[in-house]
Write a protein that binds this ligand. Structure first.
Ligand code: PGA
Length: 254
């Protein structure tokens, strides 16, 4: 694992966007794994302004998003499909047919999971996966206790996750109870992974991640310690519970 300490959200987004743009420019048919939530919005802003200013093209890019709420469709302003269109896809030149998000309205969500997993494989897997981290250590919607061997699956969201996502909805009872998410083994198959964390709300979970001896499903993000190419880009606030001696074997740079 590589840890890149940055000062603030702005710098985190700059570095993440640079890494994405590099993959987009240097790979023949890049496959990006994308995340939603509050964390990556600034990264997408950077990609959009780079596309406008420097003409970086996404015509040859394929994307797979980590997850989608069960019961929400493209028209729902709180669906992740809607989020991706608003924050990224409609501002760049990616053909919409090359973007993939689990279908939250699928009649048979279990079948949708199998289809989604197969589709990722058929595209040769993900070159670069962007991740946020939940306060409970989830990645995608892989909540604590999710087996490390999990593939794309339907999850029941924990109350803490529903509470964390509450601000995006008018009322708590509108926050969906279930989601479809790439599994932990799906995420681990990505060739490169960049995990982003900013703000003091993420300080306790990063501290737990760094001080944990053995990866455990109790902290789903800890599986990333077993991946050969993971970079965590985290700001000062997110690292405010973390001391340097907690990071044995971890490369750090500013
Ligand atoms: P956030 O969510 O970006 O809204 O903090 C991260 C996550 O839950 O993975």
């Amino acid at each position: 694992m590589e840890l890149v300490r940055v000062q603030n959200y702005e710098e985190m987004c700059d570095l993440a966007a640079e890494r994405i743009i590099r993959v987009v420019k240097e790979t023949e048919s890049p496959v990006l794994g994308l995340a939603t939530g509050a964390t990556p919005t600034g990264v997408y802003e950077k990609l959009v302004s780079d596309h406008r200013q420097n003409g970086t093209s996404y015509r040859h890019v394929t994307t797979f998003n980590l997850d989608e709420y069960v019961g929400l469709g493209p028209e729902d302003a709180t669906s992740y499909f809607f989020y991706m269109m608003e924050h990224l896809f409609r501002h760049i030149d990616i053909p919409v047919g090359q973007t993939h998000i689990p279908d939250g309205l699928a009649k048979n969500p279990e079948e949708e999971c199998v289809r989604y997993e197969r589709e990722i494989e058929e595209h040769g897997g993900i070159d670069l996966q962007i991740l946020g981290i939940g306060r409970n250590g989830h990645i995608g919607f892989n909540e604590p206790g999710t087996p490390f061997s999990s593939k794309t699956h339907v999850v029941k969201l924990t109350e803490s996750t529903r509470e964390a996502n509450r601000p995006f909805f008018d009322a708590k009872d509108q926050v969906p109870t279930h989601a479809i998410t790439m599994g932990l083994s799906t995420i681990m198959k990505s060739k490169k992974i960049v995990l982003l964390a900013n703000g003091k709300m993420k300080a306790p979970v990063l501290h737990r991640l760094f001080t944990m001896d053995e990866p455990s499903p109790e902290l789903p993000a800890s599986i990333l310690k077993q991946h050969p190419n993971v970079t965590i880009i985290a700001d000062e606030e997110a690292l405010s519970w973390t001391t340097v001696d907690e990071l044995p074997g971890m490369r750090t740079r500013r």
